[in-house]
Design a protein around this ligand. Sequence first.
Ligand SMILES: *[C@@H]1O[C@H](CO)[C@@H](O)[C@H](O)[C@H]1NC(C)=O
Ligand SMILES: *[C@@H]1O[C@H](CO)[C@@H](O)[C@H](O)[C@H]1NC(C)=O
Ligand SMILES: *[C@@H]1O[C@H](CO)[C@@H](O)[C@H](O)[C@H]1NC(C)=O
Ligand SMILES: *[C@@H]1O[C@H](CO)[C@@H](O)[C@H](O)[C@H]1NC(C)=O
Length: 794
Amino acid sequence: MRLRVPASMCLLLTIVAYLAELPEFQGMVTAERDSQEIRPIYIGGFFPIESHPFFASLPLTVQTAVNHVNNLTGILDGYELRMRWNWTQGSPANALRLLNDFVQNGPPVLMTWGPMFSSVAVVVNEVLPRYNIAQVVIASSTTLKDRARYPLTVQVSVDEDLLNPARVAFVKRMGWRRVALIFEDNQYFRQNMAKLAEKLLENGITVLTTEAVTNAEHPDEQIQSLKRHDARVIITAFYPEPAAKLFCKVYTAKLFGAKYVWILPGWYPDGWWRDLPDVPCDNEETATALDLHVAFDGDQAVSEVSRIDFNGVKPFPEQIEYLESLHNMEDNSRDIYAYDCLFTMALALNASIGELRQLDPARRLDEFNYGDQEMAQILLRNTLQTEFVGLTDRVVIGKGGVRHTTVYVEQLQNEHPVRILNYFADGEYETIPNATIQWKGSVIPVDGKTEIPILTQISLPFQISIYTAAGIGVMLSVIFLALNIALRNQRAIKISSPIINNLIVMGCLLLYTSVFVSGVDTSGITDGAFIVLCYVKVGLVCVGISLSFGSLLVKTYRIFAIFQKAVARFKKIDLPDKKLMSVVMALVLVDCVIVTLWVFLGQSTIRTINLDPKLSDTASPESETYIIPVLRQCGSIYEIYFTCAIYAFKGILLVFGVFLSWEIRNVSVTGLNDSKYIAFSVYIVGITIVLAVPALQVFVNNVDIHFCIFGVAIVFANTVVLCLVFVPKFALCYSSRGSQLHISLMDAPSVPTTSTSLPASCRDRNRLGELRDTLRQKQESLADLLRACQAQAK
Ligand SMILES: *[C@@H]1O[C@H](CO)[C@@H](O)[C@H](O)[C@H]1NC(C)=O
Ligand SMILES: *[C@@H]1O[C@H](CO)[C@@H](O)[C@H](O)[C@H]1NC(C)=O
Ligand SMILES: *[C@@H]1O[C@H](CO)[C@@H](O)[C@H](O)[C@H]1NC(C)=O
Ligand SMILES: *[C@@H]1O[C@H](CO)[C@@H](O)[C@H](O)[C@H]1NC(C)=O
């Protein structure tokens, strides 16, 4: 026995030593021993496009992550993670075929990696829950957040909707109140933009237009619309290639430069616009249009690879080496998300192991089948609770199945994206040292023209000068009126019908008042008061003209009647002041009727006319603040008829007045009346009206000139008429000073002028004058008859 024991020991030792030198054999033994413990579990992989350089490396990256999981102690110990995968070529049909393959053949997959494209994910992920397969996807889409349709979907990449609060906060931070949206019309961007528009409106920001580009090749129409809306701050949502096409069009349409701010998604690969075959612009042109654009992204990479920590498990040095290489790779965002996506799944599976053991019956991960709802729920719950530091920094998934991310703002400076701001969920931004936002102009571009409507007002110098002139006119009228009343019994005044002259003064006073009314500062008054003012002005002008010009007219008519009828036909003419006054009053009545009808039938409204905008601050034209003078005018439905009625009425009077004045042009009786001056007054009024009315129409939109023409016309005509009517009379009255006055016909030089030096009583003088008048008239009639006879004789 003693001998046998050492002998057998020896043999055993030899075998052991032999085995140690045979690695294959050892492996076999290990495999044999572990076959009870290491259980393969499967996940599915939907990879996008094999031939595309952006995506070609993804399966390798994910497979490496799988290997890392398998080689790390502390994650899925006792299991071997394996991946069944294929390319979908970005087509939902292919993805469904692959899913069918997962379901029909081979071992079941517990979870899926991908799909990567949201267009594929929205189809496949709706089917996957039927087989209780949870999906962890890089795809992000508003649609995928519908928990009823996609109960088992978890998004580990930045959700486009997460960018929206940051975009809104940025727009507010820049002080913009107007933005425009343009997006590629697909499921991914459509809802995101709708939500953005909603959020903007909530924050009091106007969305000038939302342009959906259905044909990415031809966004021309949408670009024109942006131009039409004068959009300056434009938020875009496109995939990189359509975006490059868009910016080529932007370049052609010259919608770039200091006036425009383009806001893009920030997750495009570096230099995404370069060397694209279907973009008609060259790289520089597109880069010009893109220069200094602002982009939003939540994508991020961990600052130091050494910080990576899979929930307490640190990667091995060899793994760190690989992670380091991924971290330093240019344009690595897809690969680092792919890696972290796999680790999210692995950690969720690991965390589920214990819970599955608690189930009744207890289960292991490898015992999954497509009918196991309970297990799917556990996997989902653990996925939502994932928390680790990966290549994409902290991975924290919230209840909604969407990853929490810090959003940041970057700007393309010298063709390189520079991170300029970090956004915190509370609406605050943090600036990043040494990075400042740049603008092409000297200040932040404005969101568009600012137009400030201001009611036009007559400028002070014009108002003051016209008011002064009108004031002098009023004083003059009052003086004339006073003198006219005081001296009414003087013969020089008396024979020229002082009552009718008073009417002239009254009319002139009304007209002067209309000047004051039309110069009133209307900017502070209500529309109602403005309408009242309009009618007051119209009424004053109409009645004023009727009184003053009507009085002149009747006086002229009397002269005409006396000389053309009475003298020529030896008839006595009966035209006392009373009759004349009633004619004037009739004219005023017609005015009153027209204006009253206008007020009550016209249904007055206010017309506002926006005049040409003026730059408000010429020192800083980039602020684009314009002042729009707004003109208020009275309007009413029958305006044209009433205006025509008034013009026609006044026009007839005018023509009649001019005709009469012409007829009596040769009549001149000193002392008896002032026919020449009256005729001259009528001409003055006529000419003024003929010149002023069209001029007022021409300058209807220029309050200053309009007011000046109106004021000058009225003050001029009024004052001339007043002076012509009154000054000669007062002069005559002054020169005769109540002592003597004769009346003589002055028109014919052949008629001798009677001397004025007859001392007599006033009555005698009058009597004498009348007799002389009669004599003169007879002489004239005789002369006329003689002339007529001679003419007949010839
Ligand atoms: C697996 O892990 C061991 C250490 O546990 C390490 O030596 C080995 O290189 C790793 N293999 C791979 C392929 O990562
Ligand atoms: C992927 O699918 C194609 C056919 O669609 C098939 O030929 C190929 O073997 C599959 N590859 C893998 C890795 O399953
Ligand atoms: C994996 O699960 C085990 C328990 O099953 C746990 O002890 C371990 O901490 C988990 N690993 C990680 C990285 O969470
Ligand atoms: C900012 O610039 C200064 C000087 O150029 C430099 O010393 C500092 O390290 C920079 N800071 C960062 C965070 O880049």
